[in-house]
Design a protein around this ligand. Structure first.
Ligand SMILES: [Zn+2]
Length: 391
């Protein structure tokens, strides 16, 4: 990547033709139309706290440096702001009188009515700008090393930059727009922040049927120039509709599950939503279930894989009591203290296992209604416990 330092562009030049969108809350253009201030990959303008905006202007008046600004050169006369968008927007908003400077006496001073020398000072201050030119991959690498506005970009924010174009623009309108009235509904199933691209990320993972960065990137690359997002939107809507029609009740534990994978795995099976609702409630009320997030897949999978639920294990004290009781009984009858070994005819039928060689087992399995209490606890040698667990 080629980088050129430019220290001759002044604030006046940068702010020439400055356009600020009140609706979107962002600065759009500057440098006589040659500069795009907020390209696709930039965050929305977060600076609009009066104090931060004023601080930028005060710094200029005091002659303090504003820090480095990075432009990405797109073509001979086209640039995008890579870093510095918030500072440029503050300057533009001040010069176009969107906010005043408040002096020590609390009096507001708009740019147009400031003393001539102060206006000149602002207008003629040059900025320190690095102009970068490079291939996508280079800029992607570079993006990973900088922090825009002090907050590191997450993977999807970087990808939005790399694959910027009509597809990303439309996808962001749908999935990164907190004014979209569907967000409320989606938030029952999706975790993360809309404005940090986490909903868009989820939608892309679902449609590309993978959580792998490379595969999601490949999807974005393939669709980069598309003028619509029909496939992305349709798939996403289909998954959401499937979840909400299969599970009638919305539970907190549904948020952030791998719904894309669950949809792909289970959507061909028929389910009775009323039955499912009953089962969900029953499992939510079962104190042996440690992983409540696993309940949904457990039910979808036909209630077979109890590992999803992380059924509560027996207490150490319970296991000690049962071990002692079984071992005393075994010694009395000259049999193994593992009840399953004791049934056999081999050498182990009289073997007394050490506590550390045994594990606790539910006599009646949890899935058949067995409780995790001392009445339903037996100690088995590790071999028999494993064998029973795998059945
Ligand atoms: Zn045994």
């Amino acid at each position: 990547m080629e980088t050129t330092l430019n220290t001759s562009i002044t604030i006046k030049e940068i702010c020439d033709g400055f356009v600020y969108s009140e609706l979107e809350g962002k600065g759009l253009f500057g440098l006589s139309g040659k500069l795009t201030i907020q390209p696709e990959y930039q965050r929305n303008y977060l600076y609009a706290e009066a104090k931060k905006e004023e601080a930028v202007i005060k710094s200029v008046l005091k002659g303090y440096p504003l820090g480095l600004i990075y432009f990405n050169k797109i073509s001979d006369n086209r640039y995008e702001v890579l870093d510095g968008q918030q500072r440029i927007t503050s300057l533009g908003r001040f010069i176009t009188e969107k906010f005043p400077l408040i002096d020590d006496n609390g009096k507001p001073h708009y740019f147009g009515r400031m003393a001539e020398d102060l206006r000149k000072k602002i207008n003629n201050t040059p900025l320190t700008i690095y102009i970068c030119e490079g291939e996508e991959t280079e800029i992607k690498e570079w993006f990973k090393t900088i922090n825009i506005a002090g907050i590191p970009l997450n993977y999807q924010e970087v990808s939005n930059a790399i694959y910027s174009g009509t597809f990303v623009t439309k996808a962001k309108e749908e999935f990164s727009n907190s004014r979209n009235s569907n967000i409320q509904k989606w938030s029952a199933y999706i975790s993360g922040k809309v404005n940090r691209q986490e909903y868009l990320r989820t939608a892309l993972e679902w449609v590309s049927k993978s959580r792998d960065n490379d595969i999601v990137d490949a999807y974005m690359s393939l669709h980069r120039k598309d003028d619509n997002i029909e496939e992305l939107r349709n798939y996403f809507t289909t998954v959401i509709d499937w979840i909400s029609s299969t599970f009638i009740d919305v539970e907190n534990e549904m948020k952030g599950l791998e719904w894309g994978r669950l949809f792909e795995t289970y959507h061909r099976n028929p389910y009775n939503p009323q039955d499912i609702s009953k089962k969900v409630h029953q499992l939510f009320g079962d104190s042996a279930v440690k992983n409540r997030k696993g309940i949904f897949e457990y039910i979808l999978g036909g209630e077979k894989d109890t590992t999803l639920l992380e059924i509560r294990l027996f207490e150490e004290s319970t296991k000690r009591v049962v071990y002692t009781r079984q071992t005393e009984e075994a010694n009395k009858h000259d049999k193994s203290n593992c009840p399953l070994c004791a049934l056999g005819k081999d050498n182990n039928s009289k073997r007394i296992w050490k506590y550390s060689e045994m594990d606790a087992d539910h006599v009646t399995a949890w899935s058949n209604g067995g409780a995790t209490d001392i009445k339903n606890c037996q100690m088995l040698c590790k071999t028999h416990n494993c064998a029973k667990g795998n059945r």
